[in-house]
Design a protein around this ligand. Structure first.
Ligand SMILES: O=C(O)c1ccccc1N[C@@H]1O[C@H](COP(=O)(O)O)[C@@H](O)[C@H]1O
Length: 204
């Protein structure tokens, strides 16, 4: 029986990635977009991959699909953290990319988008806060039951992680909640998250 997987995101120091992997993280995420205070150049992925064996996820928010696919080509998984147009989704489908995570805001007004993504693609989905910075856990719970390859992020901390584990996601995704300061991960907070996951009563 599999445990809920864990992605630590917003990694911007090689040592944090090494520590995250040693502690047992399943994915290592970097944000290669200047909107983030954890921004790293996309070339950082190649450096990271010399130090960790777990899959490296590159998070992009802005940029054309072609640019995102080009900048993400060294990563194991590309995560596009914005709501896409149908034309952009078609562009992804006509590309050779298979390992993709698409952000879907976990709120009612995006139900149509959620259904579009799961009906047209086979990509992984990350449920997260909507543009108004709200995450509807009841909506997330409903959608998680419908589509197996769905993770959840958005405000997870060692103190509240059980509320998210209860939803039985494929993975949980944490960035700011495991930090000492923006961009610097705290090994004790990462360890606490992983301890909670291991002790969690439900397994997938
Ligand atoms: O981590 C970031 O700085 C970031 C910036 C822009 C887009 C996505 C980003 N990270 C993703 O956002 C979620 C939630 O982050 P948090 O745990 O609430 O801080 C996380 O799942 C990352 O994949």
């Amino acid at each position: 029986m599999k445990l809920v997987k864990v992605k630590f995101c917003g990694i911007s120091h090689v040592q944090d990635a090494i520590t995250a992997e040693k502690l047992g993280a399943d994915f290592i995420g970097v944000v290669a977009d200047t909107v983030s205070p954890r921004y790293v150049k996309h070339e950082f992925v190649k450096i990271l991959k010399n130090h960790v064996t777990k899959p490296v996820v590159i998070v992009k928010v802005n940029g054309t699909i072609q640019r995102i696919l080009n900048e993400g080509k060294e990563a194991d998984i590309i995560q596009i953290h914005r709501v896409l147009s149908e034309i952009e989704i078609e562009e992804l489908l006509s590309s050779s990319i298979k390992n993709l995570i698409l952000y879907v805001p976990a709120s009612r007004e995006f139900e149509g988008y959620f259904r579009l993504v799961i009906s047209r693609t086979n990509y992984m989905i990350l449920l997260d806060k909507n543009p108004q910075n709200r995450l509807d856990l009841s909506i997330a719970e409903k959608w998680l039951k419908e589509y197996y390859k769905t993770g959840i992020g958005g405000g997870i901390t060692p103190q509240n992680v059980r509320e998210y584990l209860y939803l039985d996601p494929y993975w949980i995704d944490i960035s700011s909640g495991i930090e000492t300061y923006k961009g610097k991960k705290d090994s004790s907070k990462m360890a606490l998250i992983l301890k909670e996951v291991r002790e969690w009563k439900y397994t997938r």
